[in-house]
Design a protein around this ligand. Structure first.
Ligand code: RBF
Ligand code: MG
Length: 216
């Protein structure tokens, strides 16, 4: 697992992202202002419950990789707040509505610097099982599962993959996301106790909010 880069400072300051230095300066000048101040490793796993809302509508159209955007207002998060969700790309598990299927997911949190959004979004791509007919027959297996609008969603992000990046072209962005999906699928097959625990939470109806009270 790669460790988060230098944009995450505990003192609240934000510094430039090392990995973005490889990309065109023209597009990265204001990225530091958008990146998170929390180190993802201090808040993982990140649990969230919410409702699926319409996003910018580019996932399916531009990328062929749809995402289920989480509503911020009705969302509950294991971090102290929505603002505290560290931006970046993660892998984990997801469940929709009353369906008991648990999907592996590759999830983006942030401002989609390729597009320069001014709103922070949480958008998991749900990965169908290899034998699912809705799964694309490519090496990556990105899946077209439908839009899930207005359905409830439960998500646990178990691991951090990389920072969000302002890729120089759509093909580069798509290539990176497909690699994230491959990675999410592999990490999701792990049998560590922490992974099992998150699958159990996703399958449950338990709250995402970690209770601050303790017995006694
Ligand atoms: N957008 C970016 O601008 N840069 C990224 O590095 C990036 N990585 C992503 C990784 C994954 C796994 C997913 C699902 C999305 C990512 N996105 C990224 C967001 C993407 O631009 C967005 O899903 C579409 O624009 C649809 O809203
Ligand atoms: Mg979307």
């Amino acid at each position: 697992m790669s460790s988060p880069s230098t944009n995450n400072n505990y003192d609240g300051s934000a510094t430039e992202n090392d990995s973005s230095k490889h990309h065109s300066d023209a597009k990265i000048h204001d990225i530091s202002a958008l990146t998170t101040v929390l180190d993802p490793s201090t808040v993982l796993p990140i649990r969230m419950t919410s409702v699926v809302v319409k996003g910018y509508g580019r996932g399916s159209k531009d990328l062929g990789i749809p995402t289920a955007n989480l509503d911020r207002e009705s969302g509950q998060f294991s971090t102290a707040s929505f603002e505290d969700l560290p931006t970046g790309i993660y892998w984990g598990f997801c469940r929709i509505g009353t369906d008991d299927h648990i999907y592996k997911t590759a999830c983006s949190i942030g401002y989609n610097p390729y597009y320069g959004n001014n709103r922070k979004t949480v958008e998991p791509h749900l990965i169908a099982d290899p034998n699912d007919t809705r799964r694309h027959k490519s090496s990556c297996g990105e899946s077209l599962l439908g839009d899930f609008y207005d359905q409830s969603i439960r998500l646990s992000l178990v691991g951090y993959l990389r920072p969000e990046l302002p890729f120089e072209g759509l093909d580069k962005l798509i290539e990176a996301i497909k690699q994230d999906i491959v990675n999410a699928e592999q990490f999701g097959d792990g049998d560590a106790a922490s992974i099992q625990l998150e699958k159990i939470w996703v399958a449950s109806d338990d709250s995402a909010i970690i209770s601050k009270t303790h017995p006694g």
